[in-house]
Design a binder for this molecule. Sequence first.
Ligand SMILES: [Zn+2]
Length: 185
Amino acid sequence: MIRYRNGIGYDVHKLVKGRDLILGGVKIDSEYGLSGHSDADVLAHAISDALLGAASLGDIGTHFPDTDLKWKDADSLFLLSEIGRMLRENGYTIANVDSTVVIESPRLRPHIESMRIKLSESLGIPVESVSVKATTSELMGFAGRREGVIAMATCSIFSNAGEGAGAGDGVDAGERIEAMGSPRG
Ligand SMILES: [Zn+2]
């Protein structure tokens, strides 16, 4: 029996001078970067929360508290890979991740492919299973005024518990996914 679950993640970080702008593990040339306890990778954080939410495993702050010096300037892709491991240990496989970054500037288009590759590698899933999109806030609100960056993510995961146990209809998770026309790697 395959059980699908969905998750949602949302994160915001402030733009400040003198910090690197790191999104999806990719350092992007910019006068302003994101402030935060870790490397402030707002996209990796939103995806982390979506995955933890789908598995009902809390949120990124539960596992990597910003009061812990251990996570100061932490590489958020490492945290994401740890979350991927947690999901696997709990019997889940990630079907797909979709995400949107709201940033006024710089344009992210030239970096989207690198972000998808870095994110998928850290999660150990095919690049086709990770989508990253970018939009602006049309100069409105805090994102439009370049005061901060917003990231949103959703994901779908499935439980492969019982797979190969001889129960059910004999269709394994991979075949079921293909039958549903989902991306495969
Ligand atoms: Zn964050």
